[in-house]
Design a protein around this ligand. Sequence first.
Ligand code: ADP
Ligand code: MG
Length: 679
Amino acid sequence: GAGKKAVHEVPRPGDKSSLTGQPYSKRFFEILEKRAKLPCWALREEAVRMVAESQSSVLIGETGSGKTTQVPQFLLEAGYASGGKAIAVTQPRRVAAMSVASRVAQEMDVELGQEVGYLIRFEDVTSDKTVLKYMTDGMLLRECMSDPMMSNYSVVVLDEAHERTLSTDILFGLLKEVLVKRSDLRCLVMSATLEAEKFQEYWDSAPLLRVPGRMFSVETFFSLKPQKDYVETAVETCSLIHVNEGPGDILLFLCGEEEIETACAQLEHEFGERGDLMVLPLYSSLPMQQQRRVFPPAPEGKRKVIVATNIAETSLTIDGIVYVVDPGFFKQSVYNPRTHVESLLVSPISKASAMQRAGRAGRTRPGKCFRLYTKDAFETELPESTHPEILRSNLSSVVITLKKLGVEDLVHFDFMEPPSPESMMRALEMLHFLGAVDDECELTEIGTHMAEFPVDPHLSRSLIAAGCRGCIEETLAIIAMLSVPPPFQRPRWNPKAADKAHRVFASGLGDHLSLLGTFCRFGSAESQKDFCQEHYLSERSMKQAENIARQLRGICQKRGLTRKAAAPDGGSLTLAVRKSLVEGFFMQTAYIESGGKHYITVRDQQAVNIHPASFLQHKPEWVLYNETVVTDRCYMRNVTAVAPEMLIEAAPRWFHPDTCKFAEQARKSLERALPRVKK
Ligand code: ADP
Ligand code: MG
């Protein structure tokens, strides 16, 4: 049902909203005036016509032109969300989905979560009434598992396609198949960069609409020599701009919460007393209330400095930015299929990113961009564009998802850029080790269960193991705690007190059980707020963990995985939990090398250390870890002591002393444990 209403009919004062039946508010018209000035607004008829005429189409426009907030509303007004179907708009980032949905709800004069809502992992702010749904691409993919025809939607808008996230790339392939089967479905790909032709080609010469941008000139400055500490240099640069340059807000790009908070604290320290600089952080784990603070203009005579992650590059547009400080880095998850190590690495941005970042300075008037790297580095060291995520990911989640979606032939799936057969094979191999696929690479019963959980296969495997050991509740609490930003706070002004307060949670067996202890004590605290304050815990992380645990519990119940009445196997609950973890993580274990200085990972014989923040205070012979992080050295984070017999029991082929390729000392340890293993 497209074209029910002409799109150029603009509401007038006194008109009633066709969605709510209420007269529009004053603020509605104030925002409407701004909306009407956005570049996309002028093209709304073209955009709607393009979508009506072709099942798939592409829309390209400068960041801030109104793609994300406006185009879905045009489609809504054109009658697409009728007949019980909604419009889905995907975003690669959680913050963007939340923030944009909240903005659009305002623009449409409705309450967030009603007609306009958002859906991100572990947070569903939608209702039966929702006709415009902003969601992460990962969540749409997850929905496809139970609804492969995407039958809830009339239009799927794949936004921020230039980001080339793993989920968006998979959705590309899936949508292509669904479009053939559903002639009423529409797909609109929206993107900020100039890779238009690539998308167009993939979508079989889909029509393309270019929204002309209006950009002012941006003067770019490079560093004359390479910088050692880019956070420090960045803070200095912001200070200099604030002191020496004319009015206009500053946008500084850094790599994550820690860097951002450090920089913010320094800027506050320097200018707090003058009171003419508003320092505003912006990163994904920041509460919504605080995220919103970046948008309103600074009061007269003040300047805003927004210290943000990559989120501010194209996903969110903040008006009023005149100065951009670009250290040239971002954090990306990089997976090495050869060593199976996935790490969040601070990496150089691409040239395309650098251009986007600079562009943020020229939206409202001519601006300046300060790059904290040399011109030479820009030209010779930065890659042209960011490598698509699918080419640098651990594909095991992808493979399990595709399998669950019924994609038989993984190798011939229509990827825009197919991952290498090698990484596909590695992923299948890993799933095979976990028992998720059988020898024919078909999903097993375990694998089918695993696919239901929106967590990493190692974690879902542990959860399923816990189902057989009577420790589901404990294990899902641990998984929930591992899925939120670290709850243990360590303020710079009082790290010792925080460490002491945290020590009450410490389990001698390591971090997983310490996390469990923290979760339980939080759950039974009389005042959770006081409890968190006393113990230097992030209340937000803890609440979020409770929420996640609740959702995982729901999935467990739906799948018939419940706590068994029988006592946990082996008597002790902590033993049962550790055994369950080992079933999911036996590949992520390490043994201590003979000197006792560091550990050697069993998967790739890499030297690693226990992260200094770990609760594990002694050095057991064998440990299991949740992840590795590379900073100055390679660290294992979230580490738990395990016994060799647990390893042999969980993966006899991996840990058999006669066949394993571990160092002599590790092999001997397994040999000693062998008789203790229950047959
Ligand atoms: P695009 O998707 O093309 O990058 P958006 O639709 O996100 O553009 O944004 C269009 C405009 O809407 C922005 O330039 C900004 O002026 C305004 N805008 C978007 N989000 C907000 C917000 N949360 N608060 C205030 N203004 C916003
Ligand atoms: Mg956008």
